[in-house]
Design a binder for this molecule. Structure first.
Ligand SMILES: [Zn+2]
Ligand SMILES: [Zn+2]
Length: 293
């Protein structure tokens, strides 16, 4: 079994479930004039990708589906590949990078990744002219956004979490594929308007589930994936009046249930008196567009 296969979950039916949101349908492709919006094209052990849109660009973050599937899901949310201004990768695991090279090459989209991530991928020569390497500890510009990457504890070569900021100061933070809530990550994730946070597994379901013991240990390790409980316990420190949306991300189809993660996070947001909208992303289909102002 390869390293990537270890994190594959068996396919299942749709998992999308939206909690606390009034709009369940997909929005038409109206360019955002006032704020930032995000849509998760799909998330889980089988593939991850999301689009951040603002006045000056649209960024694809991760490409963990085939190039064709990414294009299909973009169409579902009213976008075409040519609408994208850049592609950013968090790390080289297949559920984040599977379609990256083919998609970038076919559509001529610039691909940004750390040196470690690039070293962990088998990139064809033809795509090399499209690549921009970034450092995991240094800010840079991509696709009309300011990007603040930060290193995260995960069993990849140089994985990063991201804060993505638009020209008006709207800030989206992504923390997924991290084994624990590191001090660095939680420092960087302050002052967000949108938080996208891994809730990978329920500890009991992981313990009692079908994974071999070695894989259970690996998922639960400090360089594995964040559990529901660990993620939700980190919400309080990130809470402030302007955190308008929380998106639960990278749920395991084997070791989690959307309703479990949503209930836990919802209770915590209530306890904190937060008005943040809560969305649970799923593997099989995109979420609705989530907009902040
Ligand atoms: Zn992953
Ligand atoms: Zn990973």
């Amino acid at each position: 079994m390869t390293q990537l296969e270890l994190f594959q979950d068996p396919p299942s039916e749709t998992l999308r479930e939206v909690v606390g949101g009034s709009e369940r349908g997909l929005r038409p492709p109206v360019p955002s004039a006032s704020g930032m919006r995000v849509v998760v094209l799909g998330s889980g052990s089988q593939g991850n990708a999301l689009v951040v849109e603002s006045e000056h660009g649209r960024l694809l973050v991760d490409a963990g589906f085939s190039g064709r599937e990414i294009a299909r899901r973009l169409a579902r949310v009213g976008l075409e590949p040519s609408d994208l201004s850049a592609l950013l990768l968090t790390h080289e695991h297949g559920d984040h990078s599977r379609g990256a090279a083919a998609f970038a090459r076919r559509h001529g989209i610039r691909l940004h990744a750390t040196r470690g991530t690039l070293a962990g991928m088998k990139l064809p020569q033809k795509v090399r002219g499209l690549i921009s390497e970034f450092r995991s500890d240094r800010e840079f510009e991509a696709g009309g956004f300011r990007i603040e990457p930060f290193g995260i504890p995960h069993d990849a070569r140089e994985p990063v979490g991201l804060v993505i900021e638009d020209s008006r100061g709207c800030r989206l933070g992504l923390a997924a594929d991290l084994g624990c809530r590191s001090r660095l990550a939680w420092t960087r994730l302050q002052g967000l308007h949108i938080l996208i946070l891994e809730t990978n597994h329920d500890l009991d379901m992981l313990r009692d589930g079908p994974y071999p013991w070695s894989l259970k240990q690996r998922v639960a390790s400090r360089h594995g994936h964040l559990s529901n409980v660990d993620a939700v316990a980190g919400l309080e420190e990130l809470m402030h009046d302007d955190l308008q949306a929380v998106v639960l991300y990278h749920l395991s189809q084997t070791n989690n249930r959307p309703a479990l993660a949503a209930a836990l996070a919802g209770e915590e947001l209530d306890r904190l008196g937060s008005r943040s909208r809560l969305t649970v992303s799923g593997q099989s289909e995109p979420t609705e567009w989530i907009e902040v102002i």
